[in-house]
Design a protein around this ligand. Structure first.
Ligand SMILES: C[C@@H](N)C(=O)N[C@H](C)C(=O)O
Ligand SMILES: [Zn+2]
Length: 203
């Protein structure tokens, strides 16, 4: 039973691909994150209504959305905070934050101690080919914390710029605002719970 206003995204848009990175160990922490008990994407209904339009437009080009994170319980954010305090654990530094000191990841804006994700209307996503499920090349992996992930980063190929631009354009068209430091991160404008950080588990 989800709080009023929240839905399971695949009940509403069955063909959205979901790979919640924090449900697995394939993330910057290197282990499953607290509060993720299932690979099921939860968002506010208002957000899903907007995403439905994004998906419909992309499907005209045989493209689909693939989501890496949506609603994120506060206990997951607390796990990130605990992980960040352990400065000796740099197991995934090379892959996810080679140029930023671990102690600066929050200060630099790559992780929040109170995240928009916990309000249920923020989503991390990319675009895939509907047939092959291959991700479009966006010029950096999801959760690469560094300038290469900035929306306006110049030193990537024309193809990568075009793919980023497609994602930015379609998301903004249907009511989202982007985040300049992470090409994959979008928040619904006029989100329904702008002041509430939820903490129910993802299950
Ligand atoms: C951790 C990363 N995926 C993310 O979501 N960063 C933003 C800034 C956040 O924590 O809200
Ligand atoms: Zn995000």
């Amino acid at each position: 039973q989800l709080p009023d206003g929240f839905v399971y995204v695949n009940d509403e848009i069955p063909d959205v691909l979901v790979e919640l990175k924090y449900y697995s160990a394939n993330n910057f922490v290197g282990e499953p994150v607290d509060g993720y008990h299932n690979n099921c994407l939860i968002l506010t209904k208002a957000t899903v209504d907007a995403l439905k339009k994004v998906q419909a437009e992309l499907k005209q080009k045989n493209l689909c959305i693939k989501v890496f994170d949506g609603y994120r319980p506060q206990r997951a954010v607390n796990h990130f905070i605990r992980w960040a305090r352990d400065l000796k654990d740099t197991i995934n530094k090379t892959r996810f934050y080679p140029e930023v000191k671990k102690r600066n990841l929050f200060k630099a804006g790559y992780i929040s101690s109170h995240s928009g994700h916990s309000k249920g209307s923020t989503v991390d996503l990319t675009i895939v080919d509907c047939t092959t499920k291959t991700e479009l090349d966006m010029g950096s992996i999801f959760d690469f914390f560094g300038e290469r992930s900035w929306v306006s980063y110049e030193n990537i190929s024309e193809e990568q710029k075009k793919n980023r631009q497609l994602l930015q354009t379609v998301m903004i068209k249907y009511g989202f605002r982007n985040y300049s430091k992470e090409w994959w991160h979008f928040t619904l404008r006029f989100e329904p719970f702008p002041n509430t950080y939820f903490d129910f588990p993802v299950e």
